[in-house]
Design a protein. Structure first.
Length: 347
């Protein structure tokens, strides 16, 4: 793939200060090498004629730095589940956003896991490494002002020749601008980043600015997907992820992250009352009887809340009436069993 020569990152403290000032002000500009880029235009109602751009953009980082939140903001709709629990994302999830003549194909990856070497984690890390080897641009997401050993291990995976943007996320949590300028200077010395992007994934202005930055790294070529497509994942997969998100949301840190969700049935049925009617059966898989009791809750109340919220979100996501049944089963040691990990849909 041919890339334009990447811009040189800011070299001086003054450049870093200017960059941060622009980001903090929400002005829709980014500073590289002391110069500002114009804000990217808003979504156009129709695709203009002429050359088109399209490319793959990997969103990579350690667990729980906001990758899925960033993905959802870029796509404009929730397709990747979020949770305070680390390692929530377990698959390579593609999100698609078509704007004017450019189609952005974002790849949300699992957080690279370094603490445990289970079969599940090996599978997730393999997914990360596969995603970053065949893209046009990498968004390396870190928390603004921080750089841990886990961040360093992710950074060490990057292959030379692929432009990488440093996404200094959660900028809104940094108290003073002076605290982050020296950090950005240090990050510049760790890796030849094409550009620095201090931002917050929850800030619409920052998301708009990021589109303008990413666009110039994508090659001129035909689009990979239709104009209205948002993801390459099936509705069955999205159902599984939605139930899993609610599971983690209502169990918090009590439940080990190895718990998973399997869809046993996903059928669309004819209905006189609804334009779409989906019948879905899901099984929450845990490793111990105690975990099963935790998920079910007193008199089944917790499982009912998980099911209800998952159903309501699926109805919005799929524009359909959904009948959802959720069961809980114990499968001891599944995360260490490579065959069972594959049978649950992990590569």
């Amino acid at each position: 793939m041919n890339h334009e020569k990447p811009p040189t990152p800011a070299q001086t403290a003054a450049d870093l200060d200017a960059m941060l000032a622009a980001a903090k002000a929400g002005s829709g500009s980014t500073v590289r090498a002391g110069q500002a880029d114009a804000q990217a235009p808003a979504d156009a109602p129709a695709v203009p004629e002429g050359p088109r751009r399209c490319g793959l953009i990997a969103i990579v980082g350690k667990p729980n730095v906001g990758k899925s939140t960033l993905m959802n903001a870029l796509v404009g709709q929730k397709i990747s589940i979020t949770s305070r629990k680390a390692q929530t994302t377990r698959h390579r999830i593609t999100g698609i956003r078509s704007r004017e003549a450019t189609q952005f194909v974002f790849v949300d990856t699992p957080g690279f896991q370094t603490k445990h070497s289970t079969a599940l984690n090996k599978s997730l890390n393999k997914t990360v490494m596969g995603a970053i080897g065949d893209v046009d641009l990498i968004l390396f997401v870190v928390e603004a002002g921080q750089f841990t050993l886990a961040d360093a291990k992710v950074l060490s995976l990057f292959k030379p020749g692929i432009p990488t943007l440093l996404i200094a996320n959660k900028l809104d949590t940094v108290g003073r601008r002076a605290e982050i300028a020296p950090w950005l200077k240090g990050m510049q010395e760790r890796h030849p980043f094409a550009e620095f992007v201090p931002m917050s994934a929850k800030n619409k202005g920052d998301i708009e600015r990021l589109f303008g930055i990413c666009e110039k790294y994508l090659p001129e070529q035909p689009w990979m997907y239709g104009e209205d497509e948002l993801t390459d994942r099936s509705e069955r997969f999205l159902a599984s992820e939605t139930v899993r998100e609610k599971l983690f949301r209502f169990t918090g840190d009590e439940l080990p992250y190895t718990s998973t969700v399997v869809i046993d049935k996903f059928e669309e049925e004819a209905s006189k009352q609804h334009k779409r009617f989906l019948r879905v059966a899901a099984t929450i898989v845990v490793e111990r009887d105690g975990h099963k009791a935790m998920v079910i809750g007193e008199k089944g109340e917790r499982l009912k809340r998980i099911s209800t919220e998952a159903r309501q979100e699926l109805e919005k996501l799929m524009d359909a009436k959904v009948f959802l049944e959720v069961w809980v089963k114990v499968r001891s040691g599944w995360a260490d069993d490579e065959a069972r990990v594959r049978s649950f849909g992990y590569e």
